[in-house]
Design a binder for this molecule. Structure first.
Ligand SMILES: Cc1ncc(COP(=O)(O)O)c(C=O)c1O
Length: 467
């Protein structure tokens, strides 16, 4: 019997921390031979988890970190429901369908009922599916025209790593248009330089991961209309609305980013970001049945209906989708709008306060019609300080805040920025406490010399771009 097993023996009546059982180091490489007291194991694992950051102070993530207790109850209830098993859980499947229809309405789909779409694990899977459908549509068209289809390319602005994955996994050339120092997203001029007859489509992002800004979908769509008129090249758009898909409908309804543009054939979004569902929920919808090539669909029949199954994964928990439906009903349009607008208000407050320090320059300030509730800034060249943004981020971390600093992608890689994502739960009070810590940090750097500034690698902060 190992020391570990001896220590865990007969522990059930002992108080957890009075017992010698709590005096163990958890095994890291081999499974123990015997069972253990669940109380002790639970406690010791919980204690290890204290070493993780506090999710609510993580201002790097786009994902939800606040859940109402009702969501926890639904997640608990659904712990054993498998989303893919439409036959055993037809009601869950029906709820998924309702969510797809609600989103179709929100995104101005021309289909009023029975919209085409599915839930996914997150935006990455949703983007892969949107990309795959785009690829097969292009391939089918080329085949029909008797043209070659062996060198497909995809045109985009600076995208999240999921599109790089998509391109690499399916052997498609990704023409990711570089950023410029004064322009961070896709513009019609840059897009038109990169598209050709081998382009499977254009990806536009509603809420760039690096800055938070929206790319101008309507303008890009119109530019492609002109291109078609001039050169006969008919190109589709997929909107990666990971964050913006759940923001623009409520906070910038006049912005035509969605199916109102005929060229937009598919839209993906993260339920677990501004969709307010717990982690593990994404969505992808197509404009029309014909935009999702039939051979990519597997049909599952349940309750006499027909459920198109089109996911990369098979088994998947159902709780996230149920919770998404709960949020749609519990909040309604007004509730979503109030929560999202409060995030924009907090962002506005933070922009004002951070600008007051005089040394930071905003490159994106979180306006509802321009992007998501985020703010991104750099250190002014004439700031005359001894720290860089990596040092600043590192010091803020000592108070629990994660405010990532990172360099922008090519060709703006010399610009180092810092970004705050304002989500549900990052309210004005929390924001004011963050500003107090900004002040403390600035004071600290005034009185402490830095011998060597940190590098991006050493600061190692997570910015959600996957790069
Ligand atoms: C624009 C964009 N697309 C896709 C993703 C990937 O989303 P997920 O983490 O839900 O897979 C992200 C993540 O931040 C993103 O910002």
């Amino acid at each position: 019997m190992s020391i570990y097993e001896k220590k865990l023996k007969n522990s059930t009546i002992e108080s957890i921390f009075a017992s010698s059982n709590s005096e163990i180091e958890l095994p890291k490489y081999k499974m123990p031979k015997k069972e253990s007291d669940p109380r002790v194991i639970l406690e010791v694992i919980k204690d290890e988890l204290f070493l993780d950051g506090n999710a609510r102070q993580n201002l790097a993530t786009f994902c939800q970190t606040f859940e109402e207790k009702e969501v926890r109850e639904l997640m608990d209830l659904c712990i054993n429901k498998n989303m893919i098993d439409k036959d055993e859980y037809p009601q869950t499947a029906s709820i998924e369908e309702r969510c797809v229809n609600i989103l179709a309405d929100l995104w101005n789909s021309p289909i009023e009922k029975n919209a085409v779409g599915t839930s996914t694990v997150g935006s990455s899977e949703a983007c892969m599916l949107g990309g795959l459908a785009m690829y097969y549509r292009w391939k089918d068209k080329r085949k029909k025209e008797g043209k070659s289809f062996d060198s497909p390319n995809l045109v985009s602005g600076p995208v999240q790593v999921c599109w790089e994955k998509f391109a690499r996994y399916w052997d498609i050339e990704l023409r990711q248009i570089p950023m410029e120092k004064d322009s961070f997203g896709l513009t019609k001029e840059s897009m038109l330089k990169y598209v050709d007859e081998n382009t499977i489509g254009v990806v536009t992002t509603l809420g760039l991961t690096f800055t938070g800004e929206y790319e101008p979908v309507e303008e890009l769509s119109k530019a492609l209309d002109e291109l078609e008129k001039e050169k006969g090249l008919n190109l589709d758009i997929h909107v990666d609305g990971a964050s913006g898909g759940f923001l623009a409908p409520f906070c910038a309804p006049e912005l035509k980013w969605d199916f109102r543009n005929e060229r937009v054939k598919s839209i993906s979004a993260s339920g677990h970001k501004f969709g307010l569902a717990p982690l593990g929920c994404g969505w992808v919808l197509w404009r029309d049945k014909k935009d999702l090539p039939e051979r990519l669909i597997f049909h599952v029949n349940y309750l006499g209906g027909d459920m198109p199954v089109f996911q990369l994964n098979f088994s998947r928990p159902a709780g996230q989708v149920i919770s998404q439906y709960y949020q749609f009903l519990r909040l309604g349009f007004e509730g979503y709008k109030k929560i999202q607008m409060n995030c924009y208000k907090t962002a506005e407050y933070l922009v004002k306060k951070i600008e007051e320090f005089g040394i930071f320059k905003m490159i994106y300030s979180g306006e509802p019609d321009k992007g998501i509730p985020a703010l991104t800034w750099y250190l002014k060249e004439d700031a005359n300080v001894n720290f860089n943004l990596y040092d600043f981020a590192d010091k803020l971390r000592s108070r629990g805040w994660q405010v990532p600093a990172y360099s922008l992608p090519a060709n703006a890689e010399t610009i180092v920025v810092q970004r705050i994502l304002v989500r549900q739960g990052v309210g004005l009070d929390l924001a004011s406490l963050l500003i107090e810590d900004f002040k403390r940090t600035l004071e600290f750097f005034k009185t402490h010399r830095i011998l060597d500034n940190l590098t991006e690698k050493e600061a190692g902060s997570f910015n959600h771009s996957g790069k």
